[in-house]
Design a protein around this ligand. Structure first.
Ligand code: HDD
Length: 693
């Protein structure tokens, strides 16, 4: 007979199943209750007919707990399901009062609360943070005139020109419907089949294959509102505007292999990074910049600004920085805030208006609609994360999960029965008084949207040699995963129109016997001037500010050297993580005990921007035999990171036969050379160790 727990009545709430008292945190603990407020004395065992008998239906505490649990999940977002968010403030420093009445863009110095959610697009809510993917960049401004949602991406253009194609695009990129894979990856047949049949997507494809889709962290990416919007002044006069977010820390991306390593080592790498930075008080910030232009100026652009596959180069319309967003508070609850936040590009305060961009127009419908199935009721705007923070008075009523208790007889407008009933606001939201299109109704695409290749070419020609090689390499990787040769060839046919050299590199990388026929553009491709602002590497400032450096130590490591490296790195603004073979740390040369921040195994080099090795010769020799340590150093080298070493550390580097270059630096007394090298990636190493296509 098995032994059974004692047949006594419920243990007290502070007692575990084994009869041991729970370890309660210090503080006052309110009594646990049911959702109805009934205090619960036993949260461990269900109500049974006898100790070994069946559970009774009468157990309302068990039923409530299980029922609630069974319904904890809501449908995940159809796109952008995996996201990480934070609260913060937006502070305007340059008024746009000349162009708009919107207070958020005119009241200098006012701190507007914001909630910002970053996301990947294709993967499910439980997928990893570091696939090659576009990142969502959605900001909800709780302005004094209602919520403004700027729902953008980290790339300034989009794949398609018309919302009609969005479901097709997403069906093509998501896991294939029959087999349910690949998760969170565009490297498969259906995506490239669709892309190769949609030449309008080529410009965005160039961006997606660049390192922009491999951000080092969410803190190092740009954001873009993408569409043209309008600003309206008090007289209703309109100026077009594009919104840009610029990270104060500059841009930084990973290498492809680094992103792959990170996916395995820490699927939450970006979510953890954002959370930890804010938790440490290293608040990430972005400057908000605008490009302003008139209808007349737009007519002179060599493309149509209403086409969301086009950007306006900064060289054509300069950026004006007008304010800064700082994220300074982590969500208090992931579900209530990150999952339940409902962005919608239709949420605009008076003084900002839409443009006729056909992608934007379709989005105005989709977001409200999707929240109804995702959050289950039109009252989702009452959730604390979605509710405006300014006064509001509506006549919308009832519905599922109505949490407000509107009072009075009047639920309509106009009315004359109730003194405090809301009435039309004289200075409320205005739509631009734009002349209507003279054309007849029709499913038409303007001819000005027909140029699909010129800006794709301009993007490639704006990249430096390494960036171009990375794009070629990404295309070879992705197309090599495509099983249908005709799809690979069709795509290379488009690349021939974008840039002959890129097409040749990709064709060679794919092992194509000959170049496939070039695609036939609908109109001549323009040779637009390169725009250096579209590059990435040059936007990565050499800096250790808010970067993370690992210092590996072990028993008998030089205590003075360790302290000096730590001090120098911190002085340069870096976060230092001390790694040791065991989490308990090690005893240093001076006999002191040094705890570790993390264990070497489980902390791959991909998680850091540079590494330093402070090791005794004996420890270095031992670690050289240990594959974990060897992989740690080899990967740092392969990912073009600086490696600082003392004499012992050098033994480990030499044991791995790594060629010493400028990024492999001896740690001098103040670790100066290492700190300087660590502030940047060792690009010179790349061509030597990675054959680029
Ligand atoms: Fe979208 C979510 C960005 C085109 C339909 N989109 C969503 C999110 C971002 C974007 C960042 C996640 C918001 C969050 O964190 O909750 N979407 C874009 C950008 C686009 C774009 C920058 C093009 C410029 N989207 C687009 C189109 C449609 C949608 C053309 C449909 C016609 N998007 C949706 C959606 C989502 C969404 C289905 C899913 C979850 C949600 O809205 O709240 O409605």
């Amino acid at each position: 007979m098995p032994k059974h727990p004692p047949t006594t009545r419920a243990p007290r709430a502070t007692t575990g199943t084994g009869g041991e008292p729970h370890q309660l945190a210090a503080g006052s603990h309110p009594p646990l209750t049911t959702n109805q407020g009934v205090p619960v004395t036993n949260n461990q065992t269900s109500l049974k007919a006898g100790a070994r008998g069946p559970t009774l239906l009468e157990d309302f505490i068990l039923r409530e707990k299980i029922t609630h649990f069974d319904h904890e999940r809501i449908p995940e977002r159809i796109v952008h399901a995996r996201g990480s968010a934070a609260h913060g403030v937006f502070e305007l420093h340059t008024s746009l009062a000349k162009y708009t009445t919107a207070k958020v863009l005119t009241e200098v110095g006012v701190k507007t609360p914001v909630f910002t959610r970053f996301s990947t697009v294709a993967g499910g809510a439980g997928s990893v943070d570091t696939p090659r993917d576009v990142r969502g960049f959605a900001v909800k401004f709780y302005t004094p005139e209602g919520n403004w949602d700027l729902v953008g991406n980290n790339i300034p253009v989009f794949f398609i020109q018309d919302a009609m194609k969005f479901p097709d695009l997403i069906h093509a990129v998501k896991m294939e419907p029959d087999r349910g894979f690949p998760q969170a990856a565009s490297a498969h047949d259906t995506f490239w089949d669709f892309i190769s049949l949609m030449p309008e997507s080529l410009h965005m494809v160039m961006w997606a294959m660049s390192d922009r889709t491999l951000p080092r962290s969410l803190r190092f990416m740009e954001g873009f509102g993408i569409h043209s919007f309008r600003l309206l002044d008090a007289k209703g006069r309109a100026t077009f505007v594009k919104f840009h977010w610029r990270p104060v820390l500059g841009l930084q991306s990973t290498l492809w292999d680094e992103a792959v390593q990170l996916a395995g080592a820490d699927p939450d790498a970006h979510r953890r990074d954002l959370w930890t930075a804010i938790d440490d008080g290293r608040f990430p910030a972005w400057d908000l910049a605008v490009q302003l232009f008139t209808e007349k100026e737009a007519e002179a652009f060599p493309f149509d600004h209403l086409d969301p596959t086009k950007l306006i180069p900064e060289e054509l319309v300069p950026l004006q920085v007008i304010g800064r967003m700082t994220l300074n508070r982590n969500p208090a609850n992931h579900f209530a805030e990150n999952e339940q936040v409902a962005y919608c590009p239709a949420n605009l305060p008076p003084g900002i208006d839409f443009s006729n961009d056909p992608l934007l127009q379709g989005r105005l419908f989709s977001y409200l609609d999707t929240q109804l199935s995702r959050l289950g009721t039109p009252n989702f705007d009452q959730l604390p994360i979605n509710a405006p923070k300014c006064p509001f008075h509506t006549q919308t009523r009832d519905g599922h999960m109505q949490t407000r208790v509107p009072t009075g007889r009047v639920a309509y407008e106009p009315s004359s029965l109730q003194a405090d009933a809301p009435y039309e606001a004289p200075r409320g939201f205005q739509s631009v008084a734009a002349p209507g299109e003279p054309d007849a109704k029709g499913r038409v695409r303007p001819e000005s949207f027909a140029d699909h290749y010129s800006q794709a070419r301009q993007f490639i020609h704006s990249q430096n040699a390494l960036e171009q090689a990375h794009i070629a390499s990404a295309l070879v990787f992705e197309l090599s995963k495509v099983e249908t040769p005709a799809v690979r060839e069709r795509l290379v046919g488009h690349l021939r129109v974008v840039d002959a050299d890129l097409a040749r590199r990709v064709a060679t990388g794919l092992g194509l016997p000959a170049l496939p026929p070039a695609a036939r553009p609908a109109m001549p491709v323009q040779d637009l001037p390169p725009s250096p602002a579209l590059g990435l590497i040059d936007k990565t400032p050499p800096s250790l500010q808010d970067r993370c450096v690992a210092v590996l130590f072990s028993d008998d490591s030089d205590a003075k050297r360790l302290a000096a490296v730590d001090k120098a790195l911190r002085k340069a603004g870096a976060k230092v993580m001390k790694l040791a073979p065991r989490i308990g740390g090690a005893t240093l040369s001076d006999g002191t005990h040094q705890p570790a921040d993390a264990r070497l195994a489980g902390s791959p080099a991909a998680a850091f921007d540079a590494i330093a090795l402070v090791l005794s010769p004996a420890a270095a020799q031992q670690l050289a035999q240990d594959d974990t340590a060897a992989t740690f150093v080899r990967q740092a080298y392969a990912h073009l990171k600086a490696i600082g070493h003392d004499d012992g550390g050098l033994l480990l580097v030499e044991a791995l036969h790594l060629v010493a270059d400028d990024g492999v630096c001896a740690l001098d007394a103040k670790a100066q050379a290492f700190v300087a090298a660590a502030a940047t990636r060792q690009w010179d190493r790349e061509e030597r160790i990675h054959p680029l296509p």
